[in-house]
Design a protein around this ligand. Structure first.
Ligand SMILES: Nc1ncnc2c1ncn2[C@@H]1O[C@H](COP(=O)(O)OP(=O)(O)O)[C@@H](O)[C@H]1O
Ligand SMILES: [Mg+2]
Length: 255
């Protein structure tokens, strides 16, 4: 029998700023199975981005804990930040290098990794993501989809086992969405990467997940398989994909 193994466990996470009347995140608990693909959705302002920033320690919970491989992420936050990679909604915020190669290698350079070793690692990741042709481009020469892939490469090159993406498809066209989705599914399949992705557009991804989390007002409103919770998502401001003539397995922009 397949025994699932959580790589990330979030327990009763609460986040409150000052004497704010109510916590911005309130009693959040969920787990991510290793090599799983989880979709997180919820209306604007419900706390999705705040939650993601806790997962690699950009924010510290007011109470509650996050475990990575069974260890509190704050026990070794630098290791956590390498293992849990966050791709921001607007990846321009995290692209620092002038060229793509410099950008992807930035974290390794800071760690004192030699140029030869950096180039080797950069090539491997660029091949995996099919962006070899972008390595010598300048950042301003990249499209939105390419920027997401470069930001993704930047976290993978540091050794990310968990990749967290905040609304990556928002500014992407059909082709760029398909391409990013394909690369993520390859990572999951070939590298056993664990993926947590925020999107409003369930129809783009639903076929690829068996774990859907719906947030509302700083709390988890629903979580389970799409089959279990899809009938209830509309009340939380999520557009329900039209399922009438289609099966759940068809709900993907890859089909
Ligand atoms: N630094 C902050 N200080 C105070 N409130 C914040 C801060 N960051 C976010 N918020 C508030 O927390 C709520 C959740 O924000 P966010 O996580 O960005 O929502 P989402 O990503 O789901 O759209 C929003 O009401 C937002 O205004
Ligand atoms: Mg957000």
């Amino acid at each position: 029998m397949f025994v699932s193994k959580p790589i990330v466990v979030v327990e009763q996470l609460t986040y409150q700023i000052g004497s704010h009347a109510s916590p911005l995140l309130d009693g959040i608990s969920f787990r991510l199975e290793e090599a799983s693909f989880t979709v997180l959705c919820g209306a604007n302002g419900c706390g999705k981005s705040l939650l993601l920033r806790h997962l690699n320690g950009l924010l510290r919970p007011t109470s509650g804990n996050i475990y990575l491989h069974g260890r509190n992420i704050w026990d070794d936050i630098w290791d956590t930040r390498q293992q849990v990679g966050l791709v921001f909604q607007d990846p321009e915020w995290q692209l620092i290098g002038e060229t793509v190669r410099e950008d992807i290698g930035f974290g390794l350079e800071n760690m004192g990794v030699s140029m030869d070793m950096r180039n080797e690692k950069i090539s491997l990741i660029a091949q995996q993501l099919q962006i070899m042709h972008l390595l010598d481009r300048y950042q301003y020469q990249l499209s939105g989809g390419e920027k997401h892939l470069v930001a993704l490469a930047g976290v993978l090159v540091m050794g990310a086992k968990v990749v967290v993406l905040d609304e990556p498809f928002n500014a992407l066209d059909f082709h760029a969405t398909q391409n990013l989705l394909l690369r993520l599914l390859e990572l999951q399949e070939q590298q056993q990467t664990t993926i947590l992705l925020v999107t409003h557009d369930l129809e783009k991804v639903l076929a690829h997940t068996n774990h859907l989390i719906v947030m509302s007002k700083g709390q988890i409103a629903l979580q389970g398989t799409p089959e279990q919770i899809l009938p209830q998502v509309a009340q939380f401001g999520i557009k329900v994909p039209t399922l009438n003539a289609r099966k759940m397995n068809d709900l993907s922009w890859l089909t």
